[in-house]
Design a protein around this ligand. Sequence first.
Ligand SMILES: NC(=O)C1=CN([C@@H]2O[C@H](COP(=O)(O)OP(=O)(O)OC[C@H]3O[C@@H](n4cnc5c(N)ncnc54)[C@H](OP(=O)(O)O)[C@@H]3O)[C@@H](O)[C@H]2O)C=CC1
Ligand SMILES: CC(=O)N[C@@H](CCC(=O)OP(=O)(O)O)C(=O)O
Length: 307
Amino acid sequence: MIKVFIDGSAGTTGLRIRERLSARKDLELIILPEETRKDPAARADALNSAAVSFLCLPDAAAVEAASFVTSPDAVIIDTSTAHRVADDWVYGMPELSGQREKLKAAKRIANPGCHATGFISLVAPLVAAGLLKKDVRLSCFSLTGYSGGGKKMIAEYETPEVNPLYQAPRQYGLGQTHKHLPEMAKLCGLDHAPVFSPIVAPYYAGMEVTVPLTPAETSASVEEIKEVYKAYYQSGLIRFADTSDEGGFLSAGAFAGRDDLEVSVYGNDERILLVSRFDNLGKGASGAAIQNMNIALGFNEAEGLVI
Ligand SMILES: NC(=O)C1=CN([C@@H]2O[C@H](COP(=O)(O)OP(=O)(O)OC[C@H]3O[C@@H](n4cnc5c(N)ncnc54)[C@H](OP(=O)(O)O)[C@@H]3O)[C@@H](O)[C@H]2O)C=CC1
Ligand SMILES: CC(=O)N[C@@H](CCC(=O)OP(=O)(O)O)C(=O)O
């Protein structure tokens, strides 16, 4: 049996990983009891005895956990923001060109941010194909369910005394320094991060990330862009769908409870919309983390996932 440890298994991302992996007969889950789940010695012991550990923790605790690892064979998959642009960690998005091969050999895997997953899935293939130049200035808006904010935000939304302002979508990241901007620019190979507008809305899970394009950003047509996605997404959890709107609407909740991600394109050659839909807790966090574990252990990468 392969030992797998979830550090932070009582949190939102950790719980979803635990739920997905508990049915796996090939894995033995190490879950620390309530009394020791934050005890550094108990966590260090688990991190060094497991073949793979998931860090489902706030950034500072993830950095601390990584420092506890002394076993040369341990694979660490960090779901926090702490290591995503670090040179000695591999970014866990296997659908990107060349990334799957790197992940097969990686011992330190940084799981992508949820908003970043959507942006990169839309923009990286177009930069690679030369349809967007590396110095392009883009914008992006992203709808997310409130589970994206973890236990604290879930409690704020689910209390009977919920703030009435929370009953409408709320834009945030207003200072334009959202923590996902560095990984968005780096993984797409862009000189500039986008103007980015995340919006949290009163539903539990699901994301819809949109990048608008005009002829100022690309000379490509809608059809050329679709061809690039079709060719680029041949394996993994990301797929291109020619059209997938629900009678002229695109629900951000369409992929809730699933681990895959759909890329689609709308509009016309003057005003193009690139859209990525998935679950913030699926391909946006826990689903991607399990996909990365499967690759690191040599399993089928969709094993145990909902697609
Ligand atoms: N939610 C989402 O959609 C996504 C989350 N992420 C990232 O995943 C990570 C986890 O987020 P999320 O699950 O949402 O957060 P939660 O707040 O839901 O869970 C974090 C868990 O970590 C525990 N914890 C905190 N400090 C320590 C410590 N020192 N030692 C051990 N356990 C500790 C918390 O304990 P306690 O229960 O006592 O509070 C909690 O159970 C974060 O870095 C987040 O940014 C990434 C992508 C999407
Ligand atoms: C609704 C909400 O607050 N969402 C979080 C992102 C969740 C996510 O991707 O997690 P990481 O923190 O690991 O990057 C935010 O925008 O900060």
